[in-house]
Design a protein around this ligand. Structure first.
Ligand SMILES: [Zn+2]
Ligand SMILES: [Zn+2]
Length: 327
């Protein structure tokens, strides 16, 4: 093949790549009906850092699960209008991370009430305004809001579950303990057997462990497994069933077990983690690890594994939940 034809061929392949990728993987911004009146929209994590959104139709209003980043909030507002003409009354922050809660001002300006377990406000008090300000340097949508810090949820609950109920539907908001963050909230629809899990249960290699209590994580998922679940709608990754709960729990158990065994064998952190770093979804993390996890949990193993191993190592060796260590 001549160099010129080769180049034309290569550019055609490159032009097609996004479509090839999209046809097999995520379909960002598409809205999927889970059951009548409950819709799921997968966030474009790769390009915009967005989380997933869930829309729940009540008799007179909508509940949206997760505020998303500001740009994701605007997309979700559009999606809400597409699925129903009822107003968005509540937006539930599953936790304090920017991809789930930094869109709060977009929603409150549109008239909605942001809602969360009280641990979300407490986490914001711990980590803000530092994270908001560094995110605003990297993200236009956050900078454009012209605020000095994250907007905490307007309404919080302390006693779990908090329940919203009318003639058409019951929606429960649960706090089941500290897993991904101290504020992790789950949304459960008992009649429809739908569980929205935020980042406490993800479907894919998206577990971020810096603010976590890694050793307590499987117990929190075990709590979620006590609920009768047909549809598991995660904070990142595609919808699944209760096998996603089992897989996420097993991943966290295997991660903890492998690192604990390595520590028992006298391994040091530098034996488990290489010195190179790389960027993964906006986070600078170690690039390599010698830890290997069983094939059964490979759905959850990806670019974050070295960072997860490092966080787990620090948590076990310092006998303190990673979120309580300086980070
Ligand atoms: Zn998160
Ligand atoms: Zn997230």
């Amino acid at each position: 093949m001549s160099r010129r034809i080769w180049l034309i061929g290569l550019s055609a392949i490159l032009a097609l790549l996004p479509f090839l990728y999209r046809s097999t993987a995520a379909q960002p911004s598409s809205i999927k009906t889970i059951v009548p009146g409950v819709w799921f929209s997968e966030g474009d994590l790769m390009n915009f850092g967005h989380c997933n959104n869930i829309f729940i139709e009540m008799k007179d209003y909508l509940i949206v699960v997760d505020a998303n980043f500001p740009s994701g909030a605007r997309l979700a507002l559009e999606s809400a209008k597409k699925v129903s003409n009822k107003p968005v009354k509540y937006v539930f922050d599953t936790h304090h991370h920017g991809d789930h809660a930094y869109g709060n001002p977009v929603w409150t300006r549109s008239g909605a009430t942001t809602l969360a377990y009280k641990g979300v406000t407490e986490e914001m008090r711990r980590y803000e305004p530092a994270r908001w300000q560094s995110t605003a340097k990297a993200r236009k949508d956050v900078a454009e809001l012209n605020l000095s810090t994250a907007e905490p949820p307007k309404q919080t609950f302390d006693k779990s579950p908090f329940i919203l109920k009318d003639q058409t539907r019951e929606v429960q908001f649960h706090f089941l303990g500290w897993a991904h963050t101290r504020g992790d909230g789950f949304v459960y629809l008992p009649k429809e057997k739908i569980l929205c899990s935020g980042d406490a249960v993800v479907n894919g290699p998206y577990n971020y462990t810096a603010d976590a209590n890694i050793s307590n994580w499987p117990a929190v998922v075990r709590g979620a497994q006590k609920l009768d679940v047909t549809h598991l709608l995660p904070g990142h990754g595609v919808p699944g069933g209760k096998e996603v709960l089992a897989g996420q729990r097993q991943f966290m158990t295997e991660l903890h077990k492998s690192v604990a065994e390595a520590i028992k064998e006298g391994k040091k952190l530098q034996d488990l983690i290489g010195s190179e770093t790389k960027m993964v979804f906006g986070n600078r993390v170690p690039a390599t690890t010698s830890i290997r996890l069983p094939d059964a949990v490979k759905n959850w193993v990806g670019d974050f594994l070295p960072a997860q191993v490092k966080d787990t190592y620090e948590e076990i060796s310092q006998k303190t939940p990673h979120g309580d260590l300086p980070h």
